[in-house]
Design a protein. Structure first.
Length: 197
């Protein structure tokens, strides 16, 4: 067992006690008006409890991106999970899980004659397979133009340096409460940032 800190970013509605009592909060595919969520609100790993792994800075980045930019404050809530659980489909720390996901994506592209497939499309397919008996998924999405050139290896391939791939923001989606501990609490908060008129 390896208990690891994780962070959920939530809108600050001046309801800290309620957040701590009822959290963590579930992210569904449908909004309160019955519409499928789009863009930054869309749960790209499917429905579940979304957390940033280990780095509170990532939770702050999300709060600044989603809430602060529209004049709202946010809470950063902390919990823990077992990072060594067999119920975790860990695409960051388990290369076999990563390879399995890629193979399923290739099979789906070929069988269905698709030019490309989205992450949620492949994941929803996996969730329908009885052997996919996981309670959470852990991933590390990176921008297409990822230019991490901080640490290089002392040899070149084809005349180019080879660099250490840095692990960026790691996100976990818990499909249920199975792996989450019960010590969910607000550890930081920002206030509403409405402009002064």
């Amino acid at each position: 067992m390896k208990l690891t800190f994780i962070y959920q970013t939530l809108e600050n509605r001046n309801n800290k006690a309620e957040v701590e009592k009822h959290g963590p909060y579930f992210c569904s595919l449908i909004d309160s008006q019955g519409n499928q969520k789009q863009g930054v609100k869309e749960p790209w790993l499917g429905e579940g409890f979304y957390f940033w792994d280990t780095r509170i800075e990532d939770a702050k980045w999300w709060g600044d991106t989603v809430f602060k930019n529209i004049g709202k404050g946010y809470y950063i809530c902390e919990a823990q999970y077992d990072a060594h659980s067999e119920k975790l489909f860990d695409m960051v720390g388990d290369l076999s899980a990563f390879d399995e996901f890629i193979e399923v994506a290739k099979e789906l592209k070929g069988e269905r004659k698709l030019a490309k497939v989205s992450f949620p499309y492949v994941l929803s397919h996996l969730k329908n397979i009885p052997e996919f008996d996981y309670a959470a998924i852990r991933v590390c999405p990176i921008p297409k133009n990822n230019n991490f050139h901080l640490i290089y290896f002392p040899f070149k391939k084809g005349g180019e340096n080879i660099y250490l791939g840095l692990i960026g923001k790691v996100q976990i989606c818990f499909f249920d409460h199975t792996l989450l501990t019960q010590n969910f609490k607000v550890v930081e908060e920002t206030s509403c940032m409405l402009p002064v008129l």
